[in-house]
Design a protein around this ligand. Structure first.
Ligand code: SF4
Ligand SMILES: [Zn+2]
Ligand SMILES: [Zn+2]
Length: 314
């Protein structure tokens, strides 16, 4: 790495394309943490002494989030972790073993929940039924809805003021673009460093402290800070994810035009207040007749999925 750290003049370890900023390891760690603190402060992600429950999958993003949230808030707020096991052998079991080890090392209480215990099946069972042709829907669509269901349910039981997730800038830029391409205004409006557009009883607000952190920088931060995280092969079902195409397109654009993802988030930040005005008329939330969670209909999406899957799995 040619060049010197802009802070101390020592040999630079990292050069950020949009600066150009060159930093030694120590000053990069400082720069990264400062940006996370700024995201939290400017977007009022944490209020008072509320409990923070961090969703930790064992990957680089959520382990970094857990590390920083614990570092910044453990003296003022209760910090706990929530680990969801979707039942994907040689992937999630290994990643969650690392998440558990981090929680123990950092003295963070955690709760581990699983699809098998909650729903009676694993993602391997789901994959067998959805199959490569996505017969009854995409595996990742089931996984995402069911995971969010468990996160909200358990975060609420744990009395979380906020559910903290490890979404980074790349994830969010992909989500913005995906919702634009699907013309899904309501979902688009729910994105941002703090989820949703209004407080809803029963829904734990989700916050994303890494919202402005590019994925490549999260990898560097985790490496320099010595944060253990799962580095093995990706989820074996990942090839099914529609998001892969959007990731590819955005990475291509970012390589040709550095700053593209940042610009997408800036665009979204300006558009969000306008989108929030577009609330559907007569929108009302009910309790799901099956599980009691909130839904706009009578049975929630997760319960509908469980019924659909159980019918196919049994
Ligand atoms: S890649 Fe798809 S199936 Fe695998 S953990 Fe992610 S959402 Fe679930
Ligand atoms: Zn330096
Ligand atoms: Zn339900």
């Amino acid at each position: 790495m040619a060049g010197k750290c802009v802070q101390c003049g020592k040999k630079a370890s990292i050069s950020l394309p949009y600066g150009p900023h060159k930093f030694c390891k120590e000053h990069f760690l400082h720069f990264f943490e400062k940006r996370v603190r700024k995201t939290i402060r400017e977007n009022r992600l944490v209020q008072g002494r509320e409990k923070l429950v961090v969703a930790c999958s064992g990957g680089k993003d959520s382990c970094t989030t857990l590390y920083l949230v614990n570092k910044i808030f453990s003296k003022s707020n209760p910090v706990e972790a929530l680990l969801v096991d979707e039942g994907i052998p040689k992937y999630r079991d290994r990643a969650l073993a690392i998440a558990e080890a981090n929680c123990k090392e950092w003295g963070i209480p955690f709760r581990r929940v699983s699809f098998r215990e909650e729903f009676g099946f694993t993602m391997v069972d789901v994959m067998r039924k959805t199959g490569p042709k996505k017969k009854i829907g995409s595996t990742c669509a089931f996984c995402g809805v069911l995971r969010r269901r468990l996160l909200n349910k358990h975060a609420r039981e744990m009395k979380a003021g906020k559910l903290v997730t490890g979404h980074n800038m790349d994830d969010e830029a992909q989500s913005v673009l995906m919702n634009v391409c699907e013309a899904d205004l309501q979902r688009l409006a729910r994105l941002g460093p703090i989820s949703g557009i209004a407080k809803v009883k029963g829904l734990v607000p989700r916050v994303k402290p890494l919202w402005q952190c590019p994925e490549a920088e999260v990898i560097s931060f985790a490496g320099y800070a010595g944060i253990r995280h799962f580095e093995g092969q990706c989820c074996p079902f990942k090839w099914q994810a529609k998001r892969n195409d959007f990731r590819g397109i955005l990475n291509h654009l970012e390589a040709s035009y550095p700053g593209t993802m940042f610009s997408i988030l800036q665009f979204f930040r300006q558009a969000k207040p306008l989108l929030a005005r577009e609330k559907p008329k007569n929108f009302k939330l009910n309790s799901c007749t099956e599980c009691g969670e909130l839904t706009s209909g009578s049975v929630c999406t997760a319960c509908n999925m469980v019924v659909k899957l159980k019918g196919k799995i049994n």
